[in-house]
Ligand binder design. Structure first.
Ligand code: AP5
Ligand code: MG
Ligand code: ZN
Length: 217
C-alpha cells in the first residue's frame, strides 16, 4: 500500500499513521518528525528547518523533496509506505510523482482527514508527546494515565515548540493557502478519499480502513 495522509495541523495524521502503518506493515514517514529529529540532533538540516517551523512556515520545497526522495529509496519502502505531512504544496506533489515514476511505481490512495478550524487549535495546543518513544497524547481527548508520563514507556511528555495558539493559527493559514489545493489535485487523479476527522480516534481509524479496502459503511 502506497499512501499519503493529507489534512490540516492537528487533524490526526500522526495519530492515525501509527495504526495504519502497523496494520499494513509499511513505514510511517513524517517529514515533521524527520525535521524535529534533526533539530534535536543539531544537524545542518535541523538548523535550516528550525526557523521556518518556529514561525509556522513551510520548509522550502527543494529541501523537503530531497529528504523524501532519499527515504523512499530505502529497502523498507519496497512493499509500500505511508507519507504523513508530505506533499504539502503542488510543487512537492509533482516532484513526488516524478520520483515515483522513476521508481516505476505510483500512489494507491490519498486519505484526506477533515476537521474544523476551532477543533484543530484545541487539538494542537493540548497535544503532548513522549520524549522517549514519540507516542502522542492529548491533555483532554487522549490523556495518559498519569499526567505528564507516557503509558507505554514511562517517558516524560513534552509540548512541541510550534504548538502554541499563535503558531498553530499561522500553520492553519499556510495549510489553507499552500496545502489545501492538493485536495483538488488528487481528486482529479481519482486518488482522494475524505474522512471526517471529528469523530473519536478509533472511529476515524475504522473509517480510513473501510475507505481503503473499498467496503461501504
Ligand atoms: P508536522 O509535524 O507535519 O505538523 P502538522 O502538519 O502541522 O500536523 P500535526 O503534526 O500538528 O498534526 P497531526 O495531523 O499529525 O495531528 P496528531 O495526530 O498529532 O509539520 C510541522 C512543521 O514541519 C511544518 O509546520 C513545517 O514547518 C515543517 N514541514 C513538515 N513537513 C513539511 C513539508 N512537506 N514541506 C514543508 N515543510 C514541512 O493529533 C493532534 C492532537 O489531537 C494530539 O494531541 C492527538 O492526541 C489529538 N487527536 C488526534 N485525533 C483525535 C481525534 N480523533 N479526537 C480527539 N483528539 C484527537
Ligand atoms: Mg503530525
Ligand atoms: Zn513513551
Amino acid at each position: 500500500m502506497r499512501l499519503i495522509l493529507l489534512g490540516p495541523p492537528g487533524a490526526g495524521k500522526g495519530t492515525q499513521a501509527v495504526s495504519i502503518s502497523e496494520k499494513y506493515k509499511i513505514p510511517h514517514i513524517s517529514t515533521g518528525d524527520i525535521f524535529r529529529y534533526n533539530i534535536k540532533m543539531q544537524t545542518e538540516l535541523g538548523k535550516k528547518a528550525k526557523g521556518y517551523m518556529d514561525q509556522g512556515l513551510l520548509v522550502p520545497d527543494e529541501v523537503v523533496v530531497e529528504i523524501v526522495e532519499d527515504r523512499l529509496k530505502n529497502q523498507d519502502c519496497k512493499a509500500g509506505f505511508l507519507l504523513d505531512g508530505f506533499p504539502r504544496t503542488v510543487n512537492q506533489a509533482k516532484a513526488l510523482e516524478a520520483v515515483l515514476s522513476k521508481m516505476n511505481t505510483g500512489l494507491d490512495k490519498v486519505v484526506n482527514i477533515e476537521v474544523d478550524k476551532d477543533i484543530l487549535v484545541q487539538r494542537a495546543v493540548g497535544r503532548r508527546i513522549c520524549k522517549n518513544c514519540g507516542a502522542t497524547y492529548h491533555v483532554e481527548f487522549n490523556p495518559p494515565e498519569k499526567s505528564g508520563i507516557c503509558d507505554k514507556c514511562s517517558g516524560e511528555l513534552y509540548q512541541r515548540d510550534d504548538d502554541n495558539e499563535k503558531t498553530v493559527g499561522k500553520r492553519i493559514e499556510v495549510y489553507v493557502e499552500e496545502t489545501k489545493p492538493l485536495i483538488d489535485f488528487y481528486r482529479e487523479k481519482n486518488k482522494l478519499v475524505t474522512i471526517d476527522g471529528k469523530n473519536d480516534i478509533n472511529i476515524v481509524f475504522d473509517e480510513i480502513i473501510e475507505a481503503l479496502e473499498g467496503n461501504s459503511l
